[in-house]
Write a protein that binds this ligand. Structure first.
Ligand code: ADP
Ligand code: MG
Length: 550
């Protein structure tokens, strides 16, 4: 039921009233054909903005554009981006996100084509007195006009191109496993970004071209046949001189777990959904990890199959992140020498001679068994050590941003020696952990907070979780989604008997079935859907985490 009185007139009548009277706006208004509901009113003008929901029932969008869940996700992203453009220069916040197309609470398209968006609106009143005329313009004119322009007035051709681009990426990604591939990079893709802080494609970049030996052709429902580099399962090395585009290629593979907007350059760069970027992260906490695959013994005499620390070294942090990724169900590991602990990655023949009692088992000895015994592939950027040439199934060389296949030559060089002695074989099973759900209660210790503090920090109850080294997180709203997912894991999903991996399966099933509503639990805030791997990464970095039976 809409309120029949006029929102603008009501606001004007509140001119000069105390700020708290904005609360009287609650309820649903009809503003020129757009439904407007004030979901939450900020306590004062300096608090985070009030939240307003806009509903457009007669958006007039072609029905095929919202016929599937993937299309609805894409269409919602398209409309949110349009709304953000329409509101540029106003104080209204639209959580339209970056180049990744994620499920977001800020915008949804229903199976019936009804569009609902939620925006942040700072209600004006700098002196704690309502600025009624200004609020009337913002809420009564600007906001509904922008919604009509961006949603009812959306460009249907552009919307269709957007939806089809996303649908193609989904199909290309889904085709990978059946073709024995971990990733695909279409010819012509633009991989480099403008800068470390600017996600837009680099102007004038050399378009990607895959080598003939690794060329595959996949079929996308809208674009048809697409050819490019197929990165096979197993162990793949990316080699090449410094500054030749190795890390850029790997970063594109990291991003390939998400769909990208048209114009991004990586629309047809796709990676298996369970690909996880790993890196060294000294200083992180480790809670009861079995790192025995990589650490044979510790100088302190602590057990390495049940290793905890509040302050990991580079190598133990990377070892922990590796076994945690496998535990959470990763089937592809993405590693860059630039951000790896050298002693975790390599131990060459000369160092083997000098140091007989090295406790670290270098990744080079575990990378093949990891695939053979656990089905986990690795893509590794390694320009600095030849030790990996002998263990790689595929070697891709980047030379002036161009990729070539140098596998045969790499294997010749490896065979010609000098050989390193193999000190360890196999990859021991990772012991599944059972989390104590009581340790995932953000309301414990009297704190009731789950708050994303930007892209890098999640406040969860009394803890601040440092996520800066979890590189596949996209944005603040995804961090908020991770926080809510942790709380949900602790409140009904994990029961103290099932393993963490089983809990993540249940979480994924819940999100597939019920969408982000399952995370919101009646609240209204900007959330984006996280992957299970980033949820697990946050859980593993929660310093107050407890395990059952530990
Ligand atoms: P590497 O890891 O081999 O040292 P990077 O991937 O870091 O090299 O790339 C080095 C620089 O080259 C970066 O500034 C990057 O943006 C740029 N670059 C990478 N790929 C391309 C490309 N295809 N066209 C133009 N510039 C590129
Ligand atoms: Mg690099």
């Amino acid at each position: 039921m809409s309120r029949r009185d006029d929102l603008s007139a009501t606001l004007r009548s509140l001119e000069g009233a105390s700020y708290g009277r904005y609360k009287s706006l609650s309820g649903r208004w009809d503003v020129g054909g757009v439904g407007l509901e004030v979901l939450r009113v900020q306590a004062d003008p300096f608090a985070p903005p009030s939240r307003v929901r806009l509903t457009v029932t007669d958006a007039g969008l072609p029905a095929d554009l919202y016929a599937t869940a993937d299309r609805r996700r894409a269409l919602a992203a398209f409309l949110l981006r349009g709304l953000r453009r329409a509101l540029r220069g106003t104080p209204v916040h639209v959580d339209a996100g970056g180049p990744e197309v994620l499920d977001r609470t800020a915008g949804t398209v229903g199976e019936d084509g009804v569009v609902v968006v939620e925006v942040g609106v700072p209600f004006p009143g700098p002196k704690r007195r309502i600025l009624g005329r200004e609020a009337a313009t913002l809420l009564g004119d600007t906001l509904p006009a922008a919604a009509r322009e961006a949603i009812a007035g959306a460009d249907h051709d552009a919307a269709r191109a957007f939806v089809e681009t996303v649908e193609d990426a989904v199909a290309l990604r889904a085709a990978l496993a059946g073709r024995g591939l971990v990733a695909f990079v279409a010819d012509g893709a633009v991989l480099p970004r403008r800068s470390g802080v600017d996600d837009r494609p680099l102007d004038g970049a050399t378009p990607f071209g895959g080598p003939a030996e690794l060329r595959v052709t996949l079929t996308a429902p809208n674009a048809g046949e697409v050819s490019g580099l197929g990165v096979p399962e197993g162990v793949t090395l990316i080699v090449g001189g410094g500054y030749h585009g190795k890390s850029t290629l790997l970063r594109a593979l990291e991003a390939g777990v998400y769909d990208h907007v048209p114009g991004d350059g990586r629309e047809q760069v796709v990676t298996r959904p369970d690909a996880v970027k790993l890196r060294a992260e000294d200083g992180r906490a480790v809670i009861h990890d079995d790192v025995s695959a990589f650490v044979a013994h510790l100088p302190s005499g602590e057990p390495t199959d049940d290793f905890s620390t509040t302050n990991a070294s580079g190598s133990t942090s990377q070892a922990a992140s590796t076994v945690e990724a496998v535990e959470a169900g990763a089937d592809v590991l993405l590693i860059d020498e630039d951000t790896s602990a050298t002693n975790m990655m390599i131990r060459d023949a000369r160092m083997q001679q000098l140091i007989a009692t090295e406790p670290l088992v270098p990744f080079v000895e575990r990378v093949r068994p990891l695939h053979a015994e656990h089905g986990v592939s690795t893509v590794l950027v390694m320009g600095g050590s030849g030790d990996y040439l002998g263990v790689a199934d595929t070697v891709i060389m980047m030379d002036a941003y161009r990729a070539s296949d140098v596998t045969a030559r790499a294997h010749e060089i490896a065979a010609a020696g000098p050989p390193r002695t193999v000190e360890h074989t196999g990859f021991p099973a990772v012991t599944p952990r059972v989390v104590d759900p009581g340790s995932l209660d953000p309301t414990a210790k009297g704190k009731r907070r789950v708050t994303a503090r930007g892209r890098d920090t999640l406040t969860f109850g009394a803890d601040d979780i440092d996520l800066s080294a979890v590189e596949q997180i996209t944005d603040r709203s995804q961090v908020a989604g991770i926080g809510r997912a942790l709380a949900l894991l602790g409140d009904g999903v994990l029961d103290g008997t099932i393993t963490l991996a089983e809990g993540l399966d249940l979480l994924d099933a819940e999100l597939d079935r019920g969408g982000l509503e399952a995370l919101l639990d009646g609240r209204s805030e900007d959330l984006a859907r996280p992957r299970r791997h980033e949820v697990a990464a946050a859980l593993n970095r929660l310093r107050s985490l407890r395990l059952k039976g530990m």
